[in-house]
Ligand binder design. Structure first.
Ligand SMILES: NC(=O)c1ccc[n+]([C@@H]2O[C@H](COP(=O)([O-])OP(=O)(O)OC[C@H]3O[C@@H](n4cnc5c(N)ncnc54)[C@H](OP(=O)(O)O)[C@@H]3O)[C@@H](O)[C@H]2O)c1
Length: 327
């Protein structure tokens, strides 16, 4: 394999466009192919990004030997089957969040990746932002003392459309998998896997969660208070509270470029940490580094943690009595 990583884009929709812009700003990346169920959609994407090969099916794209790695940018319900398809074709996979619909699916995807030795990573881009790298460093070096709690929200008012991927259960709709996964991911990053869960949600007309609040207890009694909503705009800030101070991750925190460290005593320290490529270059660069160095799993977004997050979301949905078709 050359030093340049040659990408195929599977599902040229909204996020694939944003990711492609980020990818082209990351060093050593080339988009060589795009696959869509609709050849015209693939051709339009190829025209927009100067991609050589546009395919009218995913299978055709995966048969292209020029493709080293595939970015999957489709709704949640398809991540499992499409990841297995890519791995069987010998391609590394960067799969959009949520990694799957549920933990069973995620476990099968991870097992398949481990069998092949190919790289699989959940595209949780937020973890790779320079601002988040700094947050982890600050927490690890005790800048705010012992962490006691995390509060985070992600909410916006979405136009109700029962056919859209946000609301259609057959596409893996619901706020938790789409946006609630960000606050949950932050809680995992700072406090680890929860040991106890309390949660409340309002399900909507299509049967998926449209807003929820979740409280988690972690080891050593650390707490997180997390919320997400398709019904209302929320402050979109995250806070990490410690015994010696707190960190604010400024709005919108999941694509943070500014954090404020407020010690218990003394002045706040505001840090500006710009991101490249709309925020998507950093995860792409980290993923390509894994391929180049022959390391199949990220230690920034580990597969075991993606799986534990899926398990927690399964448990949260179980408390609400919410199932996806086929579960
Ligand atoms: N990282 C981020 O910042 C971010 C932001 C938004 C969304 N996301 C994630 O990205 C993924 C896709 O979101 P999106 O908003 O980009 O989706 P989208 O534009 O609605 O769809 C993307 C592609 O998925 C396929 N698709 C859509 N609806 C389908 C259906 N009913 N049946 C089969 N395939 C379908 C299509 O591929 P074809 O062209 O092949 O038909 C489409 O081009 C989700 O996992 C979401 O959580 C991430």
């Amino acid at each position: 394999m050359t030093n340049k990583i040659r990408w195929g884009i599977l599902g040229p929709g909204k996020i694939s466009r944003s990711f492609a812009i980020g990818l082209l700003e990351a060093e050593g990346a080339e988009i060589v192919a795009v696959g869509s169920r609709d050849r015209r959609r693939a051709a339009a994407f190829a025209g927009e990004f100067g991609v050589r090969n546009a395919y009218g099916s995913y299978e055709e794209m995966l048969a292209d030997p020029a493709v080293d790695a595939v970015y999957i940018g489709t709704p949640h319900a398809f991540h499992h089957d499409q990841t297995l398809l890519c791995l069987r074709a010998g391609k590394h996979v960067l799969c959009e969040k949520a990694l799957a619909l549920n933990a069973d699916q995620a476990a099968r995807m991870i097992a398949a990746a481990r069998e092949t030795g190919l790289v699989l990573m959940e595209a949780m881009w937020t973890r790779f932002l320079p601002a988040m790298v700094r947050v982890r460093e600050l927490v690890a070096t005790g800048a705010i003392g012992e962490v006691r709690s995390v509060t985070a929200d992600f909410g916006f008012r979405a136009k109700f459309d029962p056919a859209s991927r946000l609301f259609d259960p057959a596409l893996g709709g619901g706020a938790l998998l789409d946006i609630g996964i960000y606050p949950l991911n932050l809680a995992f990053m700072i406090c680890g896997e929860p040991v106890a869960i309390q949660t409340q949600a309002n399900l909507g007309a299509t049967g998926v969660d449209e807003e929820s609040v979740t409280l988690l207890r972690h080891e050593d009694g650390r707490l997180s208070a997390l919320s997400c909503s398709f019904r209302a705009d929320t402050p979109r800030e995250a806070h990490i509270q410690g015994t010696e101070g707190r960190i604010t991750i400024c709005c919108p925190w999941w694509k943070a470029t500014r954090i404020i460290v407020q010690p218990r005593e003394g002045k706040p320290d505001t840090m500006d940490l710009p991101a490249r490529g709309g925020g998507y270059s950093h995860e792409a660069a980290a993923f390509m580094d894994l391929i180049r160095s022959g390391v199949p799993e990220s230690d920034v977004m580990p597969l075991d943690e993606s799986l534990a997050i899926m398990r927690t979301m399964d448990e949260i949905r179980a408390r609400w009595g919410m199932k996806y078709p086929g579960e």
